[in-house]
Design a protein. Structure first.
Length: 177
């Protein structure tokens, strides 16, 4: 299935309460990306996806995935017949793929604690990314949790990335626009 300007969904690699995540490859360019596709097709979900895409398109911080594209795809539930008129659409955000990112929830567990120095480095990097998001872009993430902090374990102490800005808010208290 092709979406946007030629992105082919390769495999589902994530699933959350509001979305599915896929690894995708651009048909012409051969580059990989992460596709976040909404689970629902209501207006509140569509607005949250537009807001997240605007934030990702504005923010340029190492450790926050770069926006590749925002698009909508046809929503066709199983067993649906032919639509008369315009078919329902669901939003997708196509962004930079963090190919070796492991969520902290899987990396640091009570049974297998991570090296203390590495844990401090991960926290330092995460706080540095969030500080830049706050000070440069006047935006708060609002959903920092062990699933939204990805670490590249092959990179020494690990490169840290913060993902899922779907609940981000402007620091003046209004929802980021």
């Amino acid at each position: 299935m092709l979406i946007g300007t030629g992105w082919r969904l390769e495999e589902k690699i994530a699933e959350g309460e509001f979305s599915f995540g896929y690894r995708a490859e651009h048909e012409l360019l051969g580059i990989e990306a992460f596709v976040k596709q909404a689970r629902k097709r209501d207006e509140a979900t569509a607005e949250a996806f537009r807001r997240e895409a605007k934030i990702l398109g504005t923010v340029s911080i190492p450790g926050i995935p770069a926006l590749r594209e925002y698009c909508t795809v046809e929503f066709k539930p199983p067993g649906a017949g032919v639509y008369i008129g315009k078919s329902p659409q669901i939003p997708c955000i196509i962004m930079e793929l963090i190919p070796t990112g492991v969520p902290c929830r899987k990396l640091i567990t009570p049974d297998q604690p991570y090296d203390t120095r590495a844990t401090v480095w991960i926290l330092y990097r995460a706080l540095s990314i969030l500080n830049k998001l706050h000070t440069r872009y006047n935006t708060a993430h609002c959903d920092v949790n062990p699933d939204n902090v990805l670490v590249d374990t092959d990179d020494g102490y690990g490169s840290t990335n913060i993902v899922d800005l779907g609940l981000a808010m402007n620091l003046n208290g209004s929802v980021a626009k």
